[in-house]
Ligand binder design. Structure first.
Ligand SMILES: NC(=O)c1ccc[n+]([C@@H]2O[C@H](COP(=O)([O-])OP(=O)(O)OC[C@H]3O[C@@H](n4cnc5c(N)ncnc54)[C@H](O)[C@@H]3O)[C@@H](O)[C@H]2O)c1
Length: 258
């Protein structure tokens, strides 16, 4: 599903790039011609990303840090400036789901952690991008269908993904005069380690029932593949979306159309 050559020579930063949607998208960006700065937590396994980019001529830099940590972003800014001197594309993708608990049982420490990573992390990522993007650019923030409505048991996740859409709209308006576009994407269930972790410890029958229950919520009746989310990121990163900014785009198999 790579869009060969459309991002030739651009510099893209992807957070949470060692697995899941971030990994798939980082590989697709490289295959489309972009140089990639990949960010993930210390100790991340970079092998899948290195393998994915191996046959591609583009440059890959990895940085290990926590997106919620302000000081880490100074390090990231330094790496991008020294290595490429500019930034064109920023995909603020890193996030965690937090525990699945009812409001009255939801631990405050988990609420704070989810907000720090999913919300503060995106805020800091956008600040970094705004300082590095000199002649326009595209910022894509990871929200979720959980940012478009309510639901049960994922209160902090839901709040953080709503906040991502709010921050996206403010940033889109403020950065428009510098020709920096800012959009959010709102995927439904996507087959990644985060999604598959919901199946841990379950029997085969329980897993089948869980998958069937989720699929039944989606008109296209299946999970997304990470590359189907990456394809939308590439669209928003490219000039094909040159008049799109401030949008919160569902990528959800029709879930939110119902
Ligand atoms: N999988 C889905 O169904 C789904 C649906 C909608 C939105 N999303 C969102 O997409 C994004 C990626 O999800 P995924 O399913 O690929 O998850 P994943 O858990 O498979 O991958 C997330 C990556 O982010 C990294 N990460 C987590 N916290 C970090 C931090 N503090 N600093 C730096 N890196 C960090 C992890 O190490 C991991 O490599 C998340 O923001 C998630 O909320 C996922």
């Amino acid at each position: 599903m790579a869009v060969e050559g459309t991002l030739e020579g651009k510099v893209a930063l992807v957070t949470g790039a060692a697995q899941g949607i971030g990994l798939a998208t980082a590989v697709m960006l490289a295959r489309a011609g972009a140089n990639v700065v990949a960010l993930d937590l210390p100790g991340a396994n970079w092998e899948p990303l290195r393998n994915g980019c191996a046959a591609v001529g583009q440059r890959l830099e990895t940085v290990e840090c926590d997106v919620a940590d302000e000081a880490s972003w100074e390090q990231v800014t330094g790496v991008v400036r020294r290595t490429f001197g500019r930034l064109d594309i920023m995909f603020n993708n890193a996030g965690i789901s937090g525990p699945s608990r009812a409001l009255w049982d939801y631990p405050v420490a988990d609420f704070d952690k989810v907000m720090l990573i999913n919300c503060r992390g995106v805020f800091l990522g956008m600040k970094c991008a705004a300082s590095l993007m000199q002649s326009g650019g595209s910022i894509i923030n990871m929200s979720s269908v959980s940012g478009l409505g309510g639901g049960r048991f994922l209160l902090a996740y839901n709040a953080s993904k709503h906040a991502v859409i709010g921050m996206t709209k403010v940033a889109a308006v403020e950065l428009a005069e510098r020709n920096i576009r800012v959009n959010a994407i709102c995927p439904a269930m996507t087959e990644t380690p985060m999604m598959l972790s919901l199946e841990a410890g379950k029997t085969e029958a329980e897993i089948a029932a869980l998958r069937a229950r989720f699929a039944a919520m989606i008109p296209l009746a299946r999970y997304a593949q990470p590359e189907e989310i990456g394809a939308v990121v590439l669209f928003l990163a490219s000039d094909a979306s040159s008049f799109v900014t401030g949008a919160a785009l569902p990528v959800d198999g029709g879930l939110k159309a119902q």
